[in-house]
Structures are given as C-alpha cells and as structure tokens.
Design a protein around this ligand. Sequence first.
Ligand code: NAP
Length: 256
Amino acid sequence: MPAETPALPFPGTGRVAVVTGASSGIGAATAARLAADGFDVVLAARRLDRLTELAERTGGRAVELDVTSDASVQALADSLERVDVLVNNAGGAFDAAPVAEADLSSWTRAFEVNVLGTVRVTKALLPALRASGAGDVVLMGSTAGLVSYEGGASYTAAKHGVHTLAETLRLELVAEPVRVVEIAPGMVKTDEFALNRTGDAAKAAKVYEGVREPLVAEDVADCVAWTVTRPHHVNIDLMVVRPRAQAAQHKVHREA
Ligand SMILES: NC(=O)c1ccc[n+]([C@@H]2O[C@H](COP(=O)([O-])OP(=O)(O)OC[C@H]3O[C@@H](n4cnc5c(N)ncnc54)[C@H](OP(=O)(O)O)[C@@H]3O)[C@@H](O)[C@H]2O)c1
C-alpha cells in the first residue's frame, strides 16, 4: 500500500488576508507576498496614497486605517464580507531613551499602535475570522518582546505586551477554528523603522552599520506566508527570526 500522502499546505487561493501597516516595510512586503500566493489581500494603513500605489502594483485592495481609532477600525470591519487571515503588523518604536528620561507621549504612542491597535483590530475582525472556519491571527512581535535592552523600554514593554497578547489569545481560542501566530523578528532593515525611532537618518543608518546582511522585509513576509499556509491543524506559535549576524539582541557581528 502506498504511504499516506502528507496533507498539502493550506492554500492561499480564495482566502482574504488583511494586513495592517501595509504602506511600508514588512507590511508592504507581506501584502505583496500574500497576493502573489493567491490571497485576496486588503492593504490597510493611514497613508492611502502609498497603499493605492502598492495595491495597483502587487494586487489587492487599499483601505485607509488608523488602528488607534475605534471608528476607523469599525469602518474596516464593516467593509469586509469575509476575513480568513489578519496580519497585525502596524507598529513601531518611537524613541531610544532610558527610562529615567522617558517621554510619556512616546510611550503612549508605542502602546497605542503596537498593543491597543492589535487588540482593537483583532477584536473587531474576530467574528469574521471565526466565521471563516479556518482563521489566522498573526501578531508582528519582535525579539524586543522576548528580551529587554537599555534605551528600549517604551518599545520592549509594548512588544512584551504583544507577546503576552498572543499567548493569551491562543489559550482563549483553543476550542475555535482560529490559529494565533506570533512572528518575532530581530534586526530587519526597512526604510522607516529606525528613522521613526531615532528621528535622524544618520542615527538610523548606524543601526545597521557594518551588518553585512540584516533581514529585509521580504524575509519576514516569507515567514508570515509560511505560517499561514501550513495545514490548519498546525499552529506555529512563535517564530523567532534574526539575521545570521545577530546571535542575540546584544551580539551583533559588525564588519569594519
Ligand atoms: N524593522 C525591524 O527591525 C523590526 C523588527 C522586529 C519587529 N518589527 C515590527 O514589524 C512591524 C513593521 O515594521 P517595519 O520595520 O516594516 O516598520 P515601518 O516601515 O515603519 O512600518 C510600520 C507600518 O505601520 C503603519 N502604522 C503606523 N501607525 C499606524 C496606525 N496608527 N494605524 C495604521 N497603521 C499604522 C505604518 O503606516 P502608516 O504610517 O501609513 O499608517 C507602516 O506601514 C512593526 O510592528 C515593528 O514593530 C520591526
């Protein structure tokens, strides 16, 4: 008797994937990748002009979204007939200050977008994800959600929040047809992340200085696409992904 054929990866075709923060970096690459894999992609972020241009180039539909606004998130939910995959990617770091010099408005911003934004969008789309019969919630965490580092607390605290949110959701949804996946990238060279954090192009460039091959947005998009195309009984709980040159948060190999 022939060996049993292994279950095929769960196909993208026909599934609707909503990607938040799709106007740049990891979100834009994820939207493009999922569209290429056959998903019907909804690209969501605040900068509609960029989303529209991306959607025209890679496929999908652009929707203006501010994850910090109840009304904006509700409008997104109301506009969707079906949701199979939600990629909670909108987020960022907005300072590199020690706690002793904390700017609380920067902390508020970090929690608003990374943590509360993820809760708000997930809560709004969960009924549709459940109704799909095979839903996926992906949370874009970070290695900053698993360890701490000096000068990073507004971001590490927020991403630790994302980490515990993923763990809690997975526990709460165990009896339901919804997977919860956390992706935790290390150093990813994107155009805006370090710039938003430092507010200065020269300082942003220093973050990646001498690192021969930091991750790029497409590497993380590849991870997202892989996790949501496994057979649906396979739940990738947490994927930590770093460039080879970064063995740990504080151990980055830099060439002279
Ligand atoms: N780059 C890294 O090294 C790295 C490492 C680990 C994890 N991450 C995480 O990966 C995610 C993407 O990072 P990235 O490097 O691609 O940075 P990025 O290019 O700055 O992307 C951030 C995205 O979030 C969107 N966004 C920000 N505030 C928003 C809001 N209120 N409502 C809706 N969308 C909002 C931005 O779009 P608009 O401004 O158009 O709204 C943008 O598309 C973030 O969650 C980040 O924390 C990044």
